[in-house]
Ligand binder design. Structure first.
Ligand code: C2E
Ligand code: MG
Ligand code: MG
Length: 712
């Protein structure tokens, strides 16, 4: 490419000097023009493009210094270099000239090699500046100069200049930072720095038209910012880069980064996921995996220790996650990964280029075990756990979103399965979640249509052989599903909160029925009614108010209402439970601990809570004939605490005999009666009132058998 020769303006009142200099510079490839005084010089500069001015200081009329001052009003030293020619080597003159904006000076008599070298230096600098300016224009650097940090790297000396704005972007003062490139690279995120170096080198080597990259830079405050870096190398005539300059733009906001942790946010994560998706569609041998992690009970930390601690914990978890995943890259032979925070306490890890689910499991195992070490935040030692879902790409996936959804679903089933663990997504899981959603929809409709019915199961006194009371057990009668047992919908109802309206209905219906039975079948003590209360119903709705309202509406014998709660319910809120139980007792409402023995701190709980009844779980009664130690212990302890003990799931006569011998108070089970509808329960009471003259202690077995037969 032909370049225009550089045009020099020689300003000298001595025509001989002008000619001599002009001729010699022409020979060196410069285009020269010359004028004889200051005013002419200014007029020429105004009208013509000039690359450099060689300006004599001492001229009649407008002197060199005055011309310089005028020139500098219009052009910077970079735009139009001026070399002063002074008659004497007077240092004060020279200082004044440089102060006024001269780029350089030479003294008379002119030593041509010296002036040539200085002219070349200045011209070269001007080219550099022009190139820079062009690159700046290309990238609209000038427009954003106020916001962008600029850098200028001398590739020969290795020194790099950072603009004050560049420094302030990373939280540093104007006079901080040296001129080493490490000031920059040392702040770049470890996951990005190699790529940035490679991209810059590629441009220096002439492989790319310009340098451009996105990377994270560590701010002094410890957070990472996302930067868009751009730059252009300046090359000599042989194309060798000797200098490179560029800019850095903060693109953190709204773009890709999670402010808190410095990790990619959902936007960037989805972008990376889409790219993996596209890449892997073209390959058959490798795949990629998605790990979806949700902290367990994170809200609890926020609520109890405050958001500041919660935030710091999230940051600490992000850091630990990074080191875990990075260290397992080699173990699982993973090429690249992306860790992101895509929601409050949700983190995702994209593992690219894995062989299959095993690689993802290896990483997940490490995440779970590394999470096990305590996090010390603000003086608190915290042990957060996470539920993790894994989804592995296969070619049936139509979109990245579908993969994310499946990982989310797997995470959810890890939560349901007990938290602090992982699940891998499979198609059964998808089917199960569709089914669950359907169940929920139908259940809501069932509440509107009142498709529920209470069944009643007799609780029989071992001492008298008579029905002491009933337990209400709810049934859902659905047109298509038939009778749905509670275990199939109670967990969903509990989770959605629908258990509260349902529980209230069960409570009121059971009480109304019982008050009618009590009127028709008076006995001493009056017939009791046991109602199961779920944790949510017990702790999150005003149970006391509900009970007293019911008792105002209908006559219900004193002490005949028993609320059944499980240990896990009480564990959810120990103090609130004790308080509520106390108040219920004041209203003569009794409390039974249901399914006793299935929890883990049962024995101590008996002392702590004011129970009236204790129901031994069916699992102990099943083993009763082989091993009666546990039941014996429970009975002794319960009686010592003044509790009445009910054996659940009594199915055989030998169990009845054994329990009687052990002085258990009450029994409930198929041996006496299955849970039955109201009409059949009424029939049981009728039958019993007819048989009430039989001496109970001796006739117990026979009577019970009759009762059970009647129900079959
Ligand atoms: P639960 O409170 O422990 O109720 C006893 C369960 O054991 C009942 O199952 C009953 O049918 C069953 N059962 C009783 N005797 C025997 C026996 O001899 N052999 C066998 N194999 N099973 C026996 P069901 O009715 O399916 O209820 C299951 C659970 O659902 C209940 O356990 C209770 O926790 C819950 N539930 C039932 N109704 C309600 C309700 O209205 N509200 C709430 N929150 N939970 C309820
Ligand atoms: Mg129960
Ligand atoms: Mg039970």
């Amino acid at each position: 490419m032909m370049q225009n020769p550089d045009s020099l303006l020689i300003v000298d009142d001595d025509s001989r000097n002008r000619e001599l200099m002009g001729r010699r510079l022409n020979k060196r490839g410069f285009q020269t023009f010359s004028v004889g005084d200051g005013n002419e010089a200014l007029a020429w500069i105004d009208a013509n493009p000039v690359d450099l001015v060689l300006l004599d200081v001492e001229m009649p009329g407008l002197g060199g210094m005055d011309v310089l001052k005028e020139v500098r009003k219009k052009f910077t030293a970079a735009q139009l270099p001026v070399i002063m020619v002074t008659g004497k080597a007077d240092s004060s003159d020279i200082v004044a000239a440089l102060d006024a904006g001269a780029n350089d000076y030479v003294t008379k008599p002119i030593d041509f090699p010296v002036v040539l070298a200085r002219i070349q230096t200045q011209i070269e600098r001007k080219h550099t500046e022009d190139a820079l300016r062009k690159s700046e224009e290309r990238y609209a650097l000038a427009m954003r100069a106020a916001n962008d940090g600029l850098w200028d790297w001398d590739l020969q000396s290795g020194a790099i200049y950072f603009s004050p704005r560049w420094k302030s972007m990373v939280g540093e003062e104007e006079d901080a930072l040296g001129d080493s490139p490490e000031e920059w690279f040392g702040r770049i995120h470890p996951d990005d720095v190699e790529r940035v170096r490679a991209d810059i080198q590629a441009h220096i080597d002439g492989q790319t038209p310009h340098y451009e990259d996105e990377y994270r830079v560590l701010h002094k405050d410890g957070t990472y910012l996302w930067m868009l870096g751009r730059g252009l190398a300046i090359r000599d005539k042989n194309g060798k880069a000797y200098r490179m300059a560029g800019s850095q733009t903060d693109i953190t906001r709204g773009k890709v980064v999670d402010f808190l942790t410095g990790l990619p946010n959902r936007v960037l994560f989805m972008d990376r996921l889409s790219r993996s998706f596209e890449r892997v569609r073209r390959r058959r041998d490798r795949t990629f995996a998605l790990i979806f992690m949700d902290l367990d009970n994170f809200k609890l930390i926020n609520d109890s220790l405050g958001h500041m601690v919660g935030d710091q914990l999230l940051v600490a978890i992000a850091r630990r996650l990074e080191s875990t995943v990075r260290s397992s890259d080699s173990v699982a032979r993973i090429e690249h990964h992306t860790i992101a925070r895509i929601g409050g306490d949700e983190f995702t890890v994209l593992l690219e280029d894995v062989a299959g689910p095993l690689d993802a499991i290896r990483v997940t195992d490490r995440i779970i075990s590394d999470m096990g070490a305590p996090f010390v935040v603000d003086g608190h030692e915290l042990f957060p756990t996470a539920s993790i879902g894994i989804a592995v790409y296969n070619h049936s996936y139509q979109s990245p979103d579908a993969l994310l959804q499946d990982a989310d679903m797997a995470m959810y089933s890890a939560k349901v399965a007990g938290k602090g663990r992982y699940e891998i997504f499979d198609t059964e899981m998808r089917a199960a979640s569709v089914a669950r959603l359907q169940l929920e929809t139908e259940f809501r409709r069932a509440i509107e249509r009142n498709e529920f019915e209470n069944y009643y199961q007799a609780i029989v006194s071992f001492k008298t052989g008579r029905i002491y009371g009933f337990e209400a057990l709810v049934r859902w009668r659905n047109a298509t599903r038939g009778i749905v047992p509670p275990m199939e919908f109670i967990p969903m109802a509990e989770e959605t909160g629908l258990i509260i309206p349902l529980g209230q209905w069960v409570l009121e219906t059971a009480c109304r029925q019982t008050s009618q039975w009590q009127a028709r079948f008076p006995q001493d003590p009056p017939l009791s009614i046991s109602v199961n209360l779920s944790a949510r119903h017990f702790l999150q709705s005003d149970v006391l108010q509900q009970c007293t309202d019911i008792m105002k509406k209908m006559p219900l014998a004193r002490r005949s209402l028993v609320l059944e709660v499980t240990e896990s319910t009480l564990m959810k809120d120990h103090d609130a439970s004790i308080e509520l139980m106390g108040k219920l007792k004041d209203f003569d409402i009794r409390i039974a601990m249901d399914d006793f023995g299935t929890g883990y701190s049962s024995l101590s709980y008996l002392h702590q809570f004011p129970f009236d009844n204790l129901k031994i779980d069916r699992s102990f009664i099943i083993r009763l004939m082989e091993d009666d130690e546990i039941v014996r212990t429970i009975l002794t302890m319960g009686h010592n605490l003044g509790l009445k003990v009910v054996a659940e799931g009594v199915e055989t006569l030998s169990q009845v005999d054994k329990l009687k011998e052990m002085e258990c108070d009450y029994g409930q089970g198929y041996y006496f009666s299955k849970p039955v509808a109201t009409r059949e329960a009424t029939a049981l009471l009728e039958a019993q009132s007819g048989l009430s003259f039989i001496p109970p202690a001796d006739a117990l077995a026979g009577e019970a058998a009759v009762t059970a037969d009647a129900m079959r």
